[in-house]
Design a protein. Structure first.
Lengths: 331, 254
């Protein structure tokens, strides 16, 4: 095999999920009436913002060889914190700040801080006390959701302050600002993961933690930062969720975790750690969103989505195994 | 001889009731190659981990360049100038050759104040280092998982030669190498030592020890069973020291 064919084959394998996305969009566009229009594509991007942002944090810790099951509950808690402070009805306190725009950075800071705090707790327990990330974050998944129920009393907050809502309404080139925030996050974190020493170290820690420790990389510090980032990013997802629903309910975002896992796995991230890129994860997120949109357009019962997502995850895992065999032949 | 580079003074290590090291004392000078021999379970790898940082001794002390020395982490040992090549390779197979070569010491340039990996600069350094050592790897951008055992070991060896430092610890570095590559590896060690770097090499192969070492230290059951200059002993005598049949030829060098 010439280096050229080998190189292009590697390129296809590395970006397989993008080819899948294009393929699926092409199929939907030809088979489903009214699918092929800008509005639909914008809707796919828009509908994927919360899931997309949450998947970034999840992908970071999985690539570093760990796990964070708490992201969904963390997003809900952040959304609830923002909802209680800045909603005017339900359990909202209707906090007013002057000038109005000040509520934007304050609410964002609250959401990020709530997320980062839980990230610190997760990271400390997992890294310093050497406990299993799966168990620790499973516990967080449960107790943080419990906290949401406790602070809300099971009730909801509605009517988010218009100054914050503005981000979900104001459009730029056909997309709401919330969607641009998600796209921006993917760009920034993709660059961090691929181009900075910190990102490189995370990937290597996911590959062989002992080797990185021996090489003098501060493994514990990097891992705690990864968990704090995952928490803070989940907090940002919660902020977007609060804007999207103009408030917060006690069961906000239930089930997002599994979609985030699906997106991460479909995007080519290995649960074993050390493998995967964030652009791939974004393609995975868009793929899920495209399928949801297609199901809506065809007026299929929404319950089908879950079946299809499940099959998609299965297909992704099989595909990953298949890719491994091809790569071994290449080498 | 000038002041020794590293001195071990009665270093012990207990794992619970098991006494892995029962008091090890020896020293290494600058530019000296010491072969550390001993049977399986004699405590060689434990000793390497204590010097390289990653394992704390139960008692005893070490002097590095005349100063009290104890590395709590490999990072501290590295900062002091101690490089280590471990028996089980320390490579991240999920990244490419260049990333492994520079693991933890990446070349960066600032873009808007953010450190960004300078891949081109790193690749050219690696290409030069590998070419100097006569190691051929098809593409430096290949992930290490696609390389053979010999190629992987060559990367590790070239890495230590490149970074140098003051003291190099090699824990069975030639286990996966072919004849030609081993010869080159031994040449590398002599070259490194001639730059004034102290080398400790652990090996099972008597022939290698006699080919490369200035001095041979034998460890048996956690103590130094022999410490002799290479030209004052023979493979048979060393084997006797390892198995403990006699102590002929034992005692401090020179």
């Amino acid at each position: 095999m010439s280096p050229r064919t080998r190189h292009s084959l590697e390129l296809v394998l590395d970006n397989l999920v993008w080819f899948m996305l294009v393929f699926v969009l092409a199929v939907f566009s030809t088979l489903i009436p009214n699918f092929f229009q800008l509005g639909i594509f914008a809707n796919i991007v828009e509908a994927s913002s919360v899931l997309g942002v949450m998947s970034i944090g999840l992908a970071l810790v999985i690539i570093a060889g760990h796990m964070d099951l708490s992201v969904e509950s963390v997003a809900a808690l952040s959304a609830m914190a923002v909802g209680i402070m800045f909603c005017s009805s339900g359990i909202g306190l209707g906090l007013q700040l002057h000038p109005d725009w000040l509520m934007v950075p304050v609410s964002l800071a609250v959401a990020l801080a709530v997320g980062a705090l839980i990230g610190v707790i997760n990271g400390f327990l997992i890294v310093r006390l050497r406990m299993s990330a799966f168990i620790i974050t499973l516990a967080s998944y449960i107790w943080v959701r419990g906290l949401v129920l406790v602070v809300s009393g099971g009730r909801s907050a509605q009517d988010l302050a218009p100054a914050i809502r503005w981000f979900g309404i104001q459009r730029l080139v056909g997309l709401p600002l919330t969607a641009w925030i998600a796209v921006g996050c993917f760009v920034v974190f993709s660059l961090i993961l691929a181009k900075t020493p910190f990102g490189r170290h995370l990937v290597m820690i996911g590959g062989n933690e002992t080797a990185t420790f021996r090489a003098g990389i501060r493994v514990n510090r990097n891992l705690i930062i990864a968990f704090v980032l995952a928490g803070a990013i989940a907090g940002l997802a919660g902020w977007l969720l609060a804007i999207r629903t103009s408030g917060a309910t006690a069961n906000l975002g239930v089930g997002l975790l599994f979609n985030a896992f699906a997106a991460v796995v479909i995007g080519g991230v290995s649960l074993k750690g050390g493998v995967g890129t964030l652009p791939g994860v974004y393609a995975g997120v868009l793929l899920l969103s495209a399928i949801n949109t297609a199901i809506n357009l065809m007026a299929l019962p929404a319950n089908f989505t879950q079946v299809i997502h499940g099959l998609l995850v299965l297909a992704a895992v099989l595909l990953d195994a298949f890719k491994q065999t091809i790569r071994q032949r290449l080498a | 001889m000038s002041e020794p580079l590293l001195v071990l003074d009665n270093v012990t290590k207990n794992y619970g009731a098991i006494r892995a090291l029962r008091g090890i004392s020896f020293s290494i000078a600058r530019g000296e190659v010491v072969a550390l021999l001993g049977d399986n379970g004699a405590g060689k790898s434990t000793l390497v981990k204590i010097i390289a940082g990653g394992l704390e001794p139960t008692s005893g002390r070490m002097l590095f360049e005349g100063k009290e020395f104890l590395a709590k982490t490999p990072a501290e040992a590295k900062a002091a100038g101690i490089e280590t090549v471990y028996q089980d390779l320390s490579l991240c197979t999920n990244v490419d050759v260049v990333a492994n070569f520079f693991m933890g010491r990446e070349i960066t340039r600032k873009v808007l104040g953010v450190p960004v990996l300078d891949e081109r600069a790193m690749e050219s350094v690696v290409a030069k280092a590998l070419a100097n050592a006569g190691t051929r790897i098809p593409s430096l951008r290949t992930k290490v998982e696609h390389l053979s055992g010999g190629q992987r070991q060559a990367i590790e060896l070239n890495r230590f030669v490149h970074w140098g430092g003051k003291l190099v610890l090699l824990d069975e570095p030639f286990a996966a190498l072919g004849v030609e590559q081993t010869r080159r590896g031994l040449d590398m060690i002599r070259k490194v030592a001639s730059q004034g770097i102290g080398v400790v090499i652990i090996t099972h192969i008597m022939q290698q020890a006699f080919q490369v070492a200035d001095r041979i230290v034998v460890i048996r059951q956690g103590v130094v069973a022999g410490d002799v200059a290479r030209n004052k002993t023979s493979p048979d005598a060393v084997i006797n020291m390892i198995t403990g049949e006699t102590l002929a030829g034992a005692g401090p060098a020179g």
